[in-house]
Design a protein around this ligand. Structure first.
Ligand SMILES: [Zn+2]
Ligand SMILES: [Zn+2]
Length: 250
């Protein structure tokens, strides 16, 4: 199955296109399963000006309703394209401390199909590097976005195999971020290149039973490379590593 579980639309401040344009680019590129994952703060604040306001001016009001409206919109997109592509209603959760970036404490995202957690390995992450406690609190099917988890496990002094096993046990997947776009200066993720060049690392991940996703992390459709996404999905299948949602759609 060719899946892309990481994409952005005009709901993200850094995104550009309507969800329809993103869905149509994915259909044209032969993607079977597409997940929308706009940034929580883009969805929650809707307007850049709101995002930069002093938090005291709005106290996070309406944030939860914005999360719901985004979900409802993506749900309409899912229905509109049913039969042509499978669509998932996801969200990318920023965990950086600092004004307005992370998800407000009282916000519910448990109704989303999944979320991807970012900045886990940053020193100002509100997770404090503790993926498991944070994921449990979110109450949603979780993945870890664009993070070198081998390096992270080492940093916190845990054997990578044990770390991935625990992720598998707690039903958390790991993203291979294969973005290659103008927004990120055509930068590739070193941890992804390392992983696909290292049979040892692949072995550890395979043994652990953790699922691995592929995400292009697209921000504008003119940069989208669905062939690249397909190549990485096929590579995972070839080395016997399962992807999330693989058995849910046929
Ligand atoms: Zn991200
Ligand atoms: Zn992203």
């Amino acid at each position: 199955m060719i899946q892309d579980l990481h994409s952005h639309t005009y709901y993200s401040f850094c995104g550009k296109d309507a969800p329809e344009a993103v869905a149509e680019a994915a259909i044209a590129g032969g993607i079977d399963l597409l997940g929308f994952t706009d940034h929580n703060y883009g969805i929650g604040f809707q307007r850049v000006e709101m995002f930069y306001m002093d938090p005291k001016n709005f106290e996070g009001q309406d944030y939860g309703r914005c999360l719901r409206r985004y979900f409802d919109h993506i749900n309409l997109i899912k229905e509109k394209y049913a039969g042509r592509i499978n669509i998932l209603r996801g969200i990318e959760i920023c965990t950086l401390e600092g004004r307005n970036l992370s998800l407000p404490e009282n916000c519910d995202i448990s109704f989303y199909d999944y979320c991807i957690i970012e900045n886990l390995d940053c020193k100002d992450s509100i997770t404090g590097g503790d993926l498991f406690t944070y994921a449990k609190k979110l109450g949603c099917y979780c993945g870890v976005a664009h993070t070198d988890l081998f390096a992270h496990a080492e940093r916190i002094g845990v054997d990578p195999l044990d770390y991935f096993k625990r992720m598998a046990d707690e039903n958390i997947f790991w993203e291979m971020n294969v973005s290659y776009d103008s927004i990120h200066n055509y930068r590739q993720h070193q941890y992804v290149l390392d992983f696909f060049q290292s049979p040892e690392k692949q072995d550890i991940v395979r043994k652990s039973g953790v699922k691995v996703s592929v995400g292009f992390d697209g921000h504008r459709v003119e940069d989208y490379l669905p062939k690249r996404v397909a190549e990485y999905c096929n590579a995972l299948t070839e080395i016997g590593i399962p992807m999330p949602f693989e058995n849910d759609f046929n």
